[in-house]
Design a protein around this ligand. Structure first.
Ligand SMILES: *Cc1c(COP(=O)(O)O)cnc(C)c1O
Length: 383
């Protein structure tokens, strides 16, 4: 830092220059984040300085957080669920497994592993490291759902939790939560569902997939308002079926307005809770149904057009995530990147991964499809 400050104008000029270096959302096909709804931005600004870590000072902000959890609980099949607004899927997953481990260790001092699908988000590797748990990864079946027989093989008496994914980060697939729940209930094991991405998609799809708190064995759910919830970053949600698990996370706080705190972070902004509340109130269920329908229409359009080019998806898309089997994947990706498209690549199987978020428009998707045709055509002629 310099000894003397500079003028506001000068700071603004520097900031604008830096922001100019950032890429723009209209060509992002690789991210699960999106442009927040305008009402979310307004709410974020209004609650900018609130701290949910010290809720006695901010009764308004903490009431908003309570209402957000209530609305999300209702959306996820349990209006009585408890939890808090976190910084995102990673924190929610950490705290869910943290609670499961604490519950396990009340009965047995050991408790050494969690069983997750091979498709689990990398946050579970962080969790293994942080909580000193072995992370056992179960194979996928042909549809890229977790292989239940392999899960069964990996579970033992030291298993602290089972994890199922409702909307995998790479393929948008939903694990067989009903069957995982039966297994968990049979063996008395905690089941966590990671719906960081799918949480704001699946409830609006009208599909018969059962994956939320209506499934008895599901103890906690991760859901990210900063992905398909159109909120501002950082907005995550962690919900527990029973208060008991949230209480297992509580730490005594001696100088704050509340005696205990269950969140991983201490000081935490009320801004993204307010942003999440504002979008949910503004859009309502029907507004989210419209957004998800639009994304799914574009997703189907992408798949139809890709098939006309002879390109098949790895699985029939379940939500607005598509992985395409293309020849010369690195070449195709770099040609698309050269045209300004930000696309990513899945592992196992490797494919061109495309996420159709609400910021993607039909005209832009059509431009992308033209470039995809050229990029893959070049791949064919290069062989
Ligand atoms: C995005 C994602 C996460 C991580 O969420 P962050 O908000 O990036 O911490 C965890 N699980 C799944 C399934 C995700 O898609």
């Amino acid at each position: 830092m310099k000894e003397e400050g500079i003028s506001t104008e000068e700071v603004r000029r520097i900031l604008a220059g830096m922001r100019e270096k950032d890429y723009r959302y209209d060509r992002f096909l690789s991210t699960m984040c999106t442009v927040p709804h305008p009402i979310a931005v307004e709410a974020h600004d209004l609650f900018m300085e609130t701290n949910l870590g010290d809720p006695g000072l901010f009764p308004g902000a903490s009431e908003i957080e309570r209402l957000v959890i209530e609305m999300m609980g209702e959306m996820l099949g349990s209006p009585n669920a408890v939890g808090y607004v976190s910084t995102g899927g990673t924190e929610s997953n950490i705290q869910a497994i943290h609670a499961a481990r604490n519950a396990f260790r009340r009965k047995s001092p050991k408790g050494g592993n969690i069983v997750v699908p091979q498709s689990a988000h990398f946050s579970f590797d962080k969790i293994g490291d942080l909580l000193n748990l072995e992370v056992r990864k179960a194979r996928m079946d042909a549809d890229l759902k977790v292989d239940l027989d392999h899960v069964e093989d990996l579970v033992d008496r030291e298993t602290v939790a089972l994890v199922g994914i409702a909307g995998t980060t790479e393929f948008g697939q939903v694990d067989p939560i009903l069957e995982l729940s039966e297994m968990a209930l049979d063996r008395g094991i905690y089941l966590h569902v990671d719906a960081a991405f799918g949480g704001f998609v699946l409830p609006f799809l009208g599909s018969r997939n059962r994956w939320n708190f209506e499934v008895e064995g599901v103890k906690s759910i991760t859901i990210d308002p900063h992905k398909m919830g159109m909120s501002t970053i950082p907005a995550g949600g962690l919900l527990f079926r029973e208060a008991e698990f949230l209480n297992l996370l509580a730490t005594d706080t001696h100088y704050l307005t509340v005696a205990k705190q269950a969140s991983l972070t201490g000081t935490r902004s009320g801004a993204s809770a307010a942003a999440t509340y504002a979008v949910m109130m503004r859009l309502g269920r029907s507004g989210f149904v419209d957004i998800v329908n639009r994304c799914m229409d574009l997703t189907r359009h992408l798949v139809t057009q890709a098939r006309k080019m002879g390109i098949e998806p790895v699985i029939e898309p379940v939500m607005n995530v598509v992985c395409l089997n293309v020849d010369d994947l690195p070449g195709v990706r770099s040609r698309l990147m050269a045209r300004g498209w930000h696309v990513s690549v899945s592992r196992e199987p490797q494919a061109l991964r495309i996420i159709i978020m609400p910021h993607i428009t039909r005209p832009n998707l059509d431009l992308f499809l033209e470039d995809l045709s050229t990029a893959t055509g070049a791949a064919t002629s290069a062989r």
